[in-house]
Design a protein around this ligand. Structure first.
Ligand SMILES: Nc1ncnc2c1ncn2[C@@H]1O[C@H](COP(=O)(O)OP(=O)(O)O)[C@@H](O)[C@H]1O
Ligand SMILES: [Mg+2]
Length: 407
């Protein structure tokens, strides 16, 4: 695409970026021009917060000069599959990718058209963060992951003279009403609460999932569907300890697989050493058909002969995987026993497991409006949690049974 094609005249006859290249949800449009220092985009799941933030920063990077936009999360390695991945895919889908030099290794993007840059840093890498100068705006994704000191540190980095307005966009779900994001006062800020109803591009399946939360747990529904501040109660697991490095070899490797199409398909590798379980998130993706899944699993070089425990409700899909040469078994799906068993296990995660690390924090038991607590988890953002349970619980039960038979 020619650079000139990216611009057009708006109603006032002024030249501006052709936003038709990148349709912005109506509710966010006025924020394209919002210049407050702090722009809070919070609310329910799937409301288009992240999408809009990516769009706004791409547009600013095309229309304004001398930008160094910083993409931040608590853990640096999770940026690849969130802000960086989203901006990159939007650049491709809008035909702008050829105007950017994209450095996947460093999570940087540089505009060949005007030199503007996107840089990434996590709060877990203070040295890198300190070494980045001349920041002109910041996007903090999943801002509830940050503590107030983290935020202040970033805020201080955004000082000094810049050609254009400086803005920190904070995107988050309102998961804890006591959080500093809710309790602290921000001068020069604008807060927009959105829900899936504001996202013109959300699919019906996802709407159903969100609506179903109402019957499962009212508080959860209020947070994730209605985008209201609440407090997540009855969280099932303690967060898995996050290690930067795993052992180099393991006693055994198994896999857990939860099938999805409209929802994510989740495949987790579970490495076992000395009764400790080391998780690797391999697939967490919507829209995979069985043949897509088989191709992906082949390219991931799943260890031949390793047990893969799958969602047993999908016998056709299991059969197809078996025919493709995978060592698949229906999982033991006893939810309560499985969860109780996993609570006794020593499970480790790593920073790259961004889906796992996020799901575990919001994986909760159901509680109805009268306060009755159930043994079942809320069916939402639970695909990786299921896959992990399928692998560990089914395998350990299989091992226990094998031992009993040997006696
Ligand atoms: N402007 C848009 N154009 C096309 N699709 C969009 C747009 N905004 C959101 N979506 C779709 O809606 C989904 C949810 O949006 P997202 O920004 O991830 O929500 P949130 O960050 O609020 O949870 C995205 O994965 C994308 O498929
Ligand atoms: Mg988001």
């Amino acid at each position: 695409m020619q650079v000139s094609e990216m611009f057009c005249r708006n109603e006032n006859g002024k030249s501006g970026f052709n936003v038709n290249l990148m349709p912005v949800n109506k509710i966010y449009r006025h924020l394209l021009d919002n210049k407050n220092r702090y722009l809070h985009l919070y609310g329910g799941a799937g409301s288009g917060k992240s999408f809009f933030s990516a769009q706004k920063f791409i547009l600013r990077s095309m229309l304004e000069e001398r930008h160094r936009i910083l993409l931040v999360r608590k853990v640096a390695r999770t940026i690849r599959h969130s802000q960086f991945g989203l901006i990159k895919s939007l650049l491709y889908s809008s035909g702008l990718s050829e105007h950017f030099k994209i450095n996947d290794a460093d999570l940087r993007m540089c505009s060949l058209y005007n030199g503007n840059e996107f840089l990434s840093a996590g709060l877990d890498d203070r040295e890198k963060l300190k070494s980045i100068f001349g920041i002109t705006s910041i996007w903090i994704e999943e801002a509830t992951e940050l503590d107030y000191a983290d935020f202040n540190q970033l805020d201080l980095r955004l000082r000094g003279r810049t050609k254009n307005y400086k803005q920190i966009i904070l995107t988050y779900n309102p998961v804890n009403s006591f959080h500093w994001l809710n309790t602290k006062h921000f001068k020069d800020s604008f807060k927009l609460k959105t829900t899936y109803k504001d996202n013109e591009h959300i699919d019906d399946e996802y709407i159903n999932v969100l609506n179903n939360l109402k019957e499962q747990d009212e508080e959860y529904y209020n947070i994730y569907a209605l985008g209201e501040w609440g407090v997540l109660k009855n969280v099932i697991y303690k967060p898995f300890e996050i290690l930067n490095a795993y052992p180099l070899c393991f006693d055994e490797t198994i896999y857990g697989l939860d099938f999805g199409y409209n929802n994510q398909t989740a495949l987790v590798e579970v490495n076992i050493k000395d009764n400790v379980f080391y998780l690797i998130e391999l697939i967490y993706q919507c829209g995979l058909t069985n043949s897509d899944l088989i191709n992906k699993m082949k390219s991931l070089q799943i260890k031949k002969g390793s047990y893969i425990y799958c969602d047993s409700a999908e016998s056709n899909r299991i059969e197809e995987l078996k025919r493709a040469g995978f060592n698949v078994f229906p999982a033991d799906k006893s939810v309560k026993d499985g969860i109780d068993y996993l609570k006794t296990c020593n499970i480790k995660s790593r920073p790259e497991n961004s889906g796992i690390n996020k799901e575990v924090l919001s994986y909760c038991y159901k509680q109805d409006k009268d306060g009755n607590l159930f043994d079942e988890p809320i069916k939402f953002n639970d695909h990786l949690m299921d896959a992990i349970r399928y692998a560990i619980f089914s395998h350990c039960r299989k091992r226990r049974e094998a031992n009993i038979r040997l006696l």
